[in-house]
Design a protein around this ligand. Structure first.
Ligand SMILES: [Zn+2]
Length: 134
C-alpha cells in the first residue's frame, strides 16, 4: 500500500508534532483513494483531549467537524496521524483503535521526527509506503 503526501502537508505534520511535544499530537489527513493509492490533500490538526504524553483521544465534536469538512469537499479521511515519544510503531491500544478506524495510521517519533505508516488488513498489520510529492 502507498500513501502520497505533498511536502507542505508533511511539513505541517512535523510542525504540529514539534509544537505539541511532549504531548502526543493528532492530525487527520483528508484526501481520496484511487486504485489502492491514498492521496493526501488536506491536513486538520486536532487537540489531544487527554493532553497526555503517552496516549491520545479525539473529542467526538472535533471528529464530527472533520467528517463534515471532508463531505463538503468531496473527500474522505485517508489517514490519522499521531506522535510517540519513542519509536513510531503502534502500541497495543493503537492496534485496538486501528480496528475501529480503518484508515492509514501515521505515527511520528517526537525524538527524531521519523514517521511510519500502517494499516490493518484483516487483522494483519501492514506497512504503508509514504511517497512525498510536491
Ligand atoms: Zn500511539
Amino acid at each position: 500500500m502507498i500513501i502520497k503526501i505533498p511536502r507542505n502537508i508533511l511539513d505541517e505534520i512535523l510542525n504540529n508534532v514539534s509544537k505539541n511535544k511532549p504531548i502526543e499530537a493528532v492530525s487527520f489527513i483528508l484526501g481520496y483513494e484511487k486504485n489502492g493509492i491514498y492521496v493526501a490533500r488536506e491536513i486538520i490538526n486536532v487537540k489531544n483531549s487527554l493532553n497526555s504524553a503517552s496516549e491520545f483521544y479525539v473529542d467526538p465534536n472535533d471528529l464530527l467537524n472533520i467528517y463534515k469538512k471532508a463531505e463538503e469537499n468531496g473527500m474522505q479521511i485517508v489517514a490519522i496521524v499521531h506522535s510517540h515519544q519513542g519509536l513510531p510503531v503502534p502500541s497495543a491500544t493503537d492496534i485496538k483503535y486501528m480496528k475501529l478506524n480503518p484508515y492509514v495510521w501515521i505515527i511520528v517519533s517526537m525524538t527524531d521526527l521519523k514517521l511510519q505508516a500502517y494499516k490493518l488488513n484483516e487483522e494483519k498489520l501492514e506497512t504503508v509506503n509514504i511517497i512525498i510529492s510536491l
